[in-house]
Design a protein around this ligand. Structure first.
Ligand SMILES: [Zn+2]
Length: 334
């Protein structure tokens, strides 16, 4: 298998920014036996100099400590094409126990790994976007399954928490979506591509896991950006959340296409909205003038009324306006 000397070219082909550190093609603790996956980490530093530790190592552990470093602005630093010390002890199905380094690529993403007082982590949107796209590039290039995009915290038997703040199932769903896009030859810049993984849709917060409302912290932040694009395209307030105005717009698009008006935005409603915008409102109907009907003659006495008028009054109708059409027809008044 050897060294993964294709790293920089493959990332650049996806449109990701890369910095190649001199000697990366030959740097490493030996050659890979094979490539079975990628492990996602955070540096636990969060500074612009985190990459130096990854390249040079620590007093107790010589570098390189990871193949790639992902900066906060979404730039990948290409550190090493050979084996790196990053996995430690742990297990993952299909990987040798406690010996993943010779089979698994490593990405160290720059983050303190600590939430602020409101529970938010220091990940940037650019970084998360690049993280998922970078992993998708590795999946496509090395040919391992998306289920082998693994968080250190999922593999580790040493209590690792990285990457902190990530729901790895959501992350893998997003990686899988990007893998499909790359395999279809569609560039990341193509905003007409449905921005959610297969089986997901934009819908209410209280829906199932696949219902993306733009309002839950576990949702991938780039999905919200996708919804904003759709809202802008159809001309509803750009909130990034599946709200009432968005649902109304989705129903209008669905009705215009003869689809069930659910208000949920899946791939079809997504594409139709971008393609056609909102359907033109039907012209308002001219107001229908109220029928002018003569009042019935005032009955002098019940007994004097013709039979038809008696029944008319017995039903509680006080004028022809109260009578249904069939009565008027029968009375010859239409
Ligand atoms: Zn780690």
């Amino acid at each position: 298998m050897g060294n993964v000397t294709w790293l920089a070219d493959a990332l650049r082909a996806e449109g990701l920014r890369t910095i190649e550190h001199d000697g990366w093609r030959t740097r490493g603790h030996g050659a890979f036996r094979d490539i079975r996956g990628v492990m996602a980490h955070h540096t636990a530093g969060g500074t612009p100099n985190d990459w130096r530790v990854v390249l040079e190592g620590r007093p107790d552990l010589p570098g390189p400590l990871s193949n790639l470093v992902l900066e906060k602005d979404g730039t990948f630093r290409v550190i090493a094409a050979g084996v790196c010390w990053h996995a430690g002890r742990g297990n993952w199905p299909g990987w040798p126990a406690n010996n993943a380094n010779f089979h698994v690529l490593g990405i160290e993403a720059v983050s303190s790994g600590r939430p602020d007082s409101q529970g938010r982590y220091d990940w940037t949107v650019e970084q998360l976007d690049a993280y998922a796209r970078g992993c998708a590039v590795l999946v496509v290039q090395a040919g391992f399954p998306v289920r082998n995009v693994v968080g250190h915290k999922e593999y580790s038997a040493e209590g690792k928490i990285d990457p902190a703040g990530f729901d790895m199932d959501v992350f893998r769903a997003e990686v899988g979506r990007i893998v499909e896009r790359i395999r279809a030859g569609i560039p990341a810049s193509d905003q007409s591509v449905f921005p959610l993984p297969s089986g997901y849709y934009f819908g209410p917060l209280d829906g199932p896991d696949e219902s993306i409302s733009g309002q839950h912290p576990s949702e991938w932040p780039l999905w919200r950006a996708g919804l904003r694009h759709w809202q802008e395209s159809v001309g509803v307030p750009v909130t990034g959340a599946w709200d009432e105005a968005t649902a109304v717009a989705a129903r209008a698009v669905q009705q215009a296409n003869g689809w069930e008006p659910t208000g949920l935005i899946g791939p079809g409603t997504w594409a139709a909205g971008l393609r056609e915008g909102l359907p033109a409102q039907p012209a308002p109907m001219p107001p229908v003038p109220a029928p002018t009907l003569p009042e019935p003659p005032a009955p002098p006495d019940g007994a004097a009324l013709p039979a038809g008028w008696r029944r008319f009054l017995e039903r509680g109708w006080r004028s022809l306006r109260d009578a249904p059409r069939w009565v008027l027809d029968r009375m010859g008044r239409r």
